[in-house]
Write a protein that binds this ligand. Structure first.
Ligand SMILES: Cc1ncc(COP(=O)(O)O)c(C=O)c1O
Length: 318
């Protein structure tokens, strides 16, 4: 099977497993795990922020990041297909007490006019106040779209003018960085808080980080523990993340090339599966094909060969 359903399906490489097996570890709740500390320091430095917090999932990293900038009863504005509002199962409301309103963009991008219209000032007891804006880079349900830097800069200006915080869901910010050449600190400087994932295109088995100021991270470290997310010898997982950062960022170029190979091939999931290609249906006429560490050029070409005739047939069938 060639598995194109998601970039979360990758197996750790042998080199990654070796790094995990050799990791120096300690009790992270005591702050004693040198590998976790090294990972947190590395990721904070990569984005030019003061601190980072290692979490089990991207959802938890986003949840902590959002609650750090949106108080209970205030609102977050985001795009209607954003992961925070569609796929985190209501955690921002259920745990964070956060409400959301959304703008809509066909590819998940910033729409400044719509955003400016949505921003609600503090009117005391009359309206929910907007506290933060959130964007996703790259935007998953938008089709893996990269947020153009100009749009992000313009959004930052709106945030500053309206005294709002900016959250970036950077689960796949590494892909945006590799695709555009925009340095990670440039992305980091635009955000007050971020969530970034190691378990997507970077191929680590587990792990994400919330990134922000030292005070914010210290506060959310307490919340991570409160929510049951404190962990002990998590250095075995941090070592996988450190290995991924060292070896799996630049190679995302390959995934992007393979994705281009597949760009014309949207086909019927069941037929593709019979022929050895797993894809994900995300709409009646939309398939999700994700290239990753375990799909090499030969596999991408083979998948394209299998999918292309299916696409032609399905188009011909209307
Ligand atoms: C854009 C985006 N943000 C956040 C997440 C959450 O990550 P996790 O599945 O680790 O909770 C995902 C998961 O696919 C995602 O695509």
């Amino acid at each position: 099977m060639i598995d194109l359903r998601s970039d979360t399906v990758t197996q750790p490489t042998e080199a990654m497993r070796t790094a995990m097996a050799r990791a120096e570890v300690g009790d992270d709740v005591y702050g004693d795990d040198p590998s976790v500390r090294a990972l947190e320091e590395r990721v904070a430095a990569l984005f030019g922020h003061e601190a980072a917090l290692f979490t089990v999932t991207g959802s938890l990293a986003n949840m902590l990041a959002v609650r750090s900038v949106v108080p209970v009863g205030a609102e977050l504005l985001c795009e209607a297909e954003a992961h925070v509002v569609r796929a985190e199962l209501g955690v921002h409301a259920a745990v964070g007490g956060v409400t959301t309103r959304t703008w809509r963009h066909p590819r998940g991008l910033v729409d400044l006019t719509a955003i400016e219209e949505l921003v609600a000032p503090d009117l005391g007891p009359f309206l929910v106040r907007t506290a933060a804006l959130s964007i996703e880079n790259t935007h998953n349900f938008g089709g893996g779209t990269v947020q153009p830097l100009d749009g992000m800069r313009a959004l930052r200006r709106v945030a500053d003018e309206r005294r709002l915080a900016l959250h970036v869901d950077g689960a796949r910010i590494w892909n945006a960085h590799v695709a555009t050449g925009v340095p990670l600190p440039v992305y980091g400087a635009l955000a007050d808080v971020m969530g970034v994932c190691l378990s997507k295109g970077l191929g680590a088995p587990v792990g994400s980080l919330m990134v922000g100021s030292a005070d914010t991270v210290a506060e959310q470290r307490v919340w991570r523990k409160r929510l049951g997310g404190g962990w002990r010898q998590a250095g075995v997982l941090a070592a996988a993340g450190l290995h991924a950062l060292a070896h799996h960022v630049d190679r995302l170029v390959d995934d992007h090339q393979h994705a281009r190979l597949l760009a014309d091939a949207a086909a019927v999931v069941a037929t593709a599966r019979e022929q050895g290609v797993l894809t994900g249906a995300v709409g009646s006429r939309t398939l999700r094909l994700v290239t990753h560490l375990d799909v090499d050029a030969a596999a991408a070409r083979k998948a394209a060969d299998i999918l292309a005739p299916l696409v032609r047939d399905s188009r011909a069938a209307g």
